[in-house]
Design a protein around this ligand. Structure first.
Ligand code: OX2
Length: 790
């Protein structure tokens, strides 16, 4: 593909798809014309992959996820199709600024954080590996809210990614299913007949997901909700315009917004409806596709593997049983076994508030037949294991974790430590009954987006050094190891990092009006705000460091820029206070002339995938400081290590495996282990003891309390202070000294620039195992029983 052909196609789309001539084309027009020209080139491999799958009657995987945090797609597709040079040349020939064109694409933020981004990385890897499959989710009209700061406080605004045409999707009016809610159930022989009281239409929108080198493409099928009857004409004719449109509005509400909660259950009826809506539509589609090729539904597990991404699609268990039993007359026991052999479940968190429970009464009202079937499923469990105390329905709630476990043939955690904790904590009893069911599949990230796309400088150096095979086989980064002894390679590695830092510094300058020194250490904590992730530990240490710098200005401080990014769920008061505190601390510290040469705090608002792509390649230090036992895996931690940042972290989630891979000497470890945290909490005075033992922590808390960061307002951070002093469940205080001391080791290490760079390069060279290709191959072998088609 050369630039001339691509240019001709861009001009064709400008004229015939967008109705513009070049002289009047806006940035949007150019971006859309390029998108369509690139999309044209995705279609052929996409059809080929679909045909090959049909021809082979291959088993397919169906990844059911409430969230797909895919971000921008254009640059990724250009990379995967090998069109980078052609696209650059075509843009230059059209007098367009290629970087601006790429940046014009809105982020598709159909997810909150790690869980949704993991699903997006998995789509990329499935297509790269030729694993036939579909992602199924919701086409939210509004993705995750846009964050801004007003006097340091988070303000949320609706995001509107569909305001402009979404160039990647194909609308499928023919692929539509009616999805019911409520109503009643009547007996019909051995089965039952569910007559829903209301219904909406689920309409499909398909986005092809192209793999590396365009060898395979799968489909991301997102469902949009529409009314069964568009419009109440009778009401309209009587002048009731709002009433006439009400039906439509009510139906569309279901796919209107992404719930902005990360790891907390909202308990809203709408959320339950969203979950059933996309799960039921996906199952209908899956069964329809199966029945087009096969007649005996008992063979479903040999042709379909359905992965439940957390419990959000857990209603798939009873719904599949309903389809098999009520609609296709399969005996109930067999229907349960068939559904179980088809389904598997990934657990992403142990936080009790995140393990979904639905009030039985709500479930019975919204999904009356499913409530009955959940009870049948529980009966089956109880008759198979009469001594088991496990209940799906307990204390008036339906527990979706137990339901998912019992209805899945495999249950996996997302890091080695997390999978062990799944076995010993939440599902200990079920694990004893089914010792082979829980397995581990440590998360991974796609090297196409998180190295090739985000870090072109380092990518070019790696390719020059070991050739390009690493992009599809990330373990080959190990071949970089011998080059760490080569001064030329190391100089180039350092140059790439430095250039990324200069670029980020420029971005801070023109986007946020803040200048930061590219020679300072870039110390980055970017992730959702949650107490367990402990952004407050980081800001407390920042305060303590600032105090120390003021007291000892001649101590030879290592210059640092503390960079924060992330959003808090709008209803999570404590997380929002932590955001406020960080912004307040930043204002005071950044204005201090005594320390300004060594310490800056920057917190650009509205952190998203595109911002991560800027920050990660420029980072020196990666903050992975969660309370041990709380972060299931983390995936940001992997992206940083891959891009040559050193981690300061606890033994939590995948940090444990990162440290094993990169070597303990190339990782800054601090804090209590998961069992130590549990033991620490047994002492009710643990926070008071820790504060007493740490003059620095005590002083930092005092400064906050005195209103030093809040214009003298000594009440502003009452809640945080009380929490830390009295109920420090996340053991910020108990880990503080260890963290502070570890940061000073980081300072010392950074001062030896050559040694630091060697450690950074070893992080890159030894992060190959964290490719999502490795993760997907694990699922294919251990869970889905599917072989690659290419
Ligand atoms: C996240 C987990 O918090 C994170 O540790 C993990 O890396 C990610 O999922 C992908 O597995 N919502 N988000 C998560 O869990 C839930 C629930």
């Amino acid at each position: 593909m050369n630039a001339t052909d691509l240019r001709a196609d861009i001009l064709k789309h400008l004229e015939f798809s967008l109705g513009k001539d070049l002289a009047h084309a806006t940035l949007y027009d150019i971006r859309m014309a390029l998108t369509l020209a690139v999309r044209d080139r995705v279609v052929t491999p996409w059809f080929a992959a679909t045909r090959a799958t049909y021809a082979a009657k291959s088993k397919r995987v169906y990844y059911l996820s409430m969230e797909f945090l895919i971000g921008r797609l254009l640059e990724d597709a250009i990379h995967n199709l090998g069109l980078m040079q052609a696209a650059q040349e075509a843009m230059t020939s059209l007098d367009a600024d290629f970087a601006a064109v790429l940046a014009d694409e809105p982020d598709a933020a159909l997810g909150n954080g790690g869980l949704g981004r993991l699903a997006a990385c998995f789509l990329d890897s499935m297509s790269t590996l030729g694993c036939p499959g579909y992602g199924y989710g919701i086409r939210y009209e509004h993705g995750l809210f846009r964050q801004s700061f007003h006097e340091g406080r988070q303000v949320e605004e609706a995001e509107n990614w569909l305001r402009q045409r979404h160039g990647w999707e194909f609308e499928r009016p023919e692929a539509a299913f009616q999805i019911g809610f409520g109503g009643s159930v009547s007996e019909a022989g051995k089965t039952a007949l569910w007559t829903p009281g209301e219904a909406v239409i689920a309409k499909a929108y398909d986005t092809p997901t192209i793999g590396w080198q365009g060898k395979w493409a799968n489909t991301l099928r997102l469902w949009g909700a529409e009314p069964v009857r568009a419009f109440d004409l009778a009401a309209f004719n009587q002048g009731d315009y709002a009433g006439a449109a009400g039906l439509e509005a009510a139906a569309r509400t279901i796919s209107r917004v992404l719930y902005p909660d990360d790891t907390t259950d909202t308990g809203k009826e709408l959320r339950l409806k969203q979950e059933f809506f996309f799960t039921a539509a996906s199952l209908r589609d899956i069964v329809r596709r199966f029945q087009a090729e096969h007649s005996d539904l008992r063979a479903l597990p040999t042709k379909a593997a359905i992965q439940l991404n957390d419990t959000h699609p857990a209603i798939a268990g009873p719904e599949l049983v309903r389809i098999l039993h009520d609609e296709n007359d399969m005996p109930l026991d067999e229907a349960i076994l068939t559904a179980r052999a088809t389904l598997s479940y990934t657990n992403h968190t142990l936080l009790p508030e995140a393990l979904e429970r639905w009030p039985e009464a709500l479930m019975a009202r919204v999904l009356p037949r499913h409530m009955q079937l959940i009870e049948r499923i529980e009966d089956t469990h109880r008759s198979a294991y009469p001594k088991s105390a496990v209940r799906i329905v307990e204390g008036g709630d339906v527990k979706m974790g137990e339901l998912s476990f019992i209805m899945g043939h495999k249950v996996n955690g997302v890091s080695a430590l997390h999978s062990d904790l799944v076995k010993t904590t939440v599902f200990a009893e079920l694990h004893a009954l089914h010792p082979d069911r829980i397995i581990n599949q440590t998360n991974g990230v796609t090297p196409r987006r998180w190295m090739l796309g985000a870090n072109p400088r380092l990518s070019a150096l790696i390719t020059d050094t070991i050739s390009s095979g690493w992009v599809a086989d990330l373990e080959r980064l190990r071949e970089l190891e011998p080059h760490v002894a080569d001064a030329g390679f190391m100089a180039a590695f350092a140059d790439a990092k430095r250039a990324n830092k200069v670029e980020l510094s420029n971005w801070f300058g023109h986007e946020h009006g803040q200048s930061v020194d590219p020679d300072a250490m870039y110390d980055v904590q970017i992730k959702r705000f949650h107490e367990y992730k402990r952004q407050h530990l980081n800001i407390l240490e920042t305060i303590a460091l600032w105090t120390e710098m003021r007291d000892n200005p001649n101590a030879g401080w290592t210059p640092r820029v503390k960079i924060f990014g992330g959003k808090a769920a709008p209803g999570y008061v404590m997380a929002k206070e932590i955001i406020h505190l960080i912004n307040d601390v930043a204002t005071v510290i950044n204005a201090d002339p005594v320390t300004s040469q060594w310490l800056k705090v920057v917190y650009p608002p509205n952190y998203n995938v595109s911002m991560a792509e800027k920050l990660i390649p420029a980072a020196d230090l990666s903050e992975q400081i969660s309370t041990a036992g709380k972060e299931a895996s983390g995936t940001g931690n992997m992206k940083f290590a891959l891009n040559g940042a050193l981690t300061i972290g606890t033994l939590d989630g995948a940090n444990v495996e990162i440290r094993e891979q990169v070597g303990a000497e190339n990782f800054f470890l601090f804090g209590m282990t998961a069992p130590e945290v549990v033991a620490c909490r047994e002492n009710p005075e643990h926070q008071a003891d820790a504060i007493k033992a740490s003059p620095r922590l005590k002083a930092a808390l005092k400064l906050i309390e005195k209103g030093i960061f809040s214009d003298g307002d000594d009440k502003r951070y009452k809640a945080i202070l009380k929490n830390l002093r009295k109920h420090d469940y996340f053991t910020v205080c108990a880990d503080f000294d260890s963290y502070y001391d570890c940061q000073r080791q980081v300072d010392a290490a950074y001062r030896d620039a050559d040694q630091w760079m060697r450690m950074a390069a070893l992080n890159t060279a030894r992060s190959g195992w964290f490719s999502s290709d490795r993760t997907i191959l694990g699922y294919m072998a251990d869970v889905w029983d599917i072989k690659p088609m290419i």
